[in-house]
Design a protein around this ligand. Structure first.
Ligand code: GDP
Length: 298
């Protein structure tokens, strides 16, 4: 069982369906490469990355006969090579508190991911504080409180509609006073008014820097893998709104085909700190590139 069950074998199954048996040999010609490109694009890898991957496979092998098994292995190698540099857990610093700003569109899984991370860090003996910075969405604050209870971590809230930056400042003050290891700050995910959101995020950063000029130490962008290629647009947008330092990909347990992770790694090279593989508190896994590549190619 791998966390990638589902998307898995997506490429492999397609290849297998067309070629029936793994030992059947095929000439790596234009036809074959086009088929591979289509498979990769269908797995959400995007055109640019799909072309690069197939070009790398063709290099030095064009016109040669390869078995389906060999083609799968080459694909898996190529994907793992792209993914290896980005597979990095959230770095932990001795700084107290390490401030982690969490950004992303509503519904991407920010609240859930904060809850899961809080639980993991707590289990590792870290003292964690959460700030419910999406002060406009009462439901988001309530959800975060539920997750805080589950994880055994205090959640700081403010009155609905109040200034998220002032909450962030208070949370920073408390986290410092209590000697917390980690402060995670949830943020709003309204992209409807980007200028407002940008100002809101900038203000949070400004005030917490009054307390620690190096904060936030990480800005995590949470992405929903089921949105496919749209995740690429979200990275583009959020990189303009905040200084994104790493990604968490949620909902890889669902219908996501997974190829978008390869496109993200290829295009942005941002670390993938963790993947969400379910709705429960333990459903957050480190990203394993070899396992992922093997699963994707089946
Ligand atoms: P937010 O609006 O960004 O804070 O998103 P939430 O954390 O509220 O998550 C939105 C929905 O996605 C909720 O129903 C979560 O249970 C669900 N969700 C979050 N992460 C995952 C995941 O990794 N897998 C699955 N299957 N669902 C998830």
């Amino acid at each position: 069982d791998t966390p990638y069950e589902g998307k898995v074998g997506f490429l492999g199954r397609m290849l297998g369906r067309k070629q029936a048996q793994p030992e059947i040999r095929r000439t790596l010609d234009d036809d074959m490469l086009e088929q591979l490109e289509e498979l990769l694009i269908a797995s959400d890898m995007g055109v640019d990355t799909a072309l690069r991957v197939t070009a790398n496979i063709a290099e030095g092998r064009f016109g040669k006969k390869l078995s389906v098994r060999e083609i799968k292995e080459l694909l898996a190698q190529e994907i793992a090579r792209i993914m290896e540099p980005v597979a990095r857990p959230l770095p932990l610093y001795p700084t107290k508190p390490q401030v982690v700003l969490v950004v992303g569109v509503n519904g991407s899984g920010k609240t859930t991911t904060i809850g899961k991370l809080a639980s993991q860090f707590r289990a590792a003996g870290k003292k964690v504080v959460i700030a419910a910075g999406d002060t406009f969405r009462a439901a988001a604050v309530e959800q975060l409180q539920v997750w805080g209870e589950r994880a055994g971590v205090p959640v700081m809230t403010a009155a609905q509609g109040s200034d998220p930056a002032s909450l962030a400042f208070d949370a920073m003050t408390r986290a410092q006073a209590e000697g917390a290891d980690l402060l995670m700050i949830d943020t709003a995910g309204r992209l409807q008014n980007r200028a407002d959101l940008m100002e809101e995020l900038a203000k949070i950063v400004r005030v917490i820097r009054k307390k620690d000029p190096n904060a936030p130490h990480n800005t995590l962008l949470v992405l929903d893998a089921t949105t496919g290629q749209n995740a690429l647009n979200q990275v583009e947008i959020f990189r303009k709104l905040a200084d994104v330092s790493g990604l968490v990909m949620t909902k890889l347990d669902g219908t996501a085909k997974g190829g978008v992770l390869v496109a993200l790694a290829d295009k942005f090279g941002l670390p993938i700190h963790a993947i969400g593989v379910g709705e429960q508190i333990d459903d957050l896994a480190p990203f394993d590139p070899e396992e992922f590549a093997a699963a994707l190619t089946g």
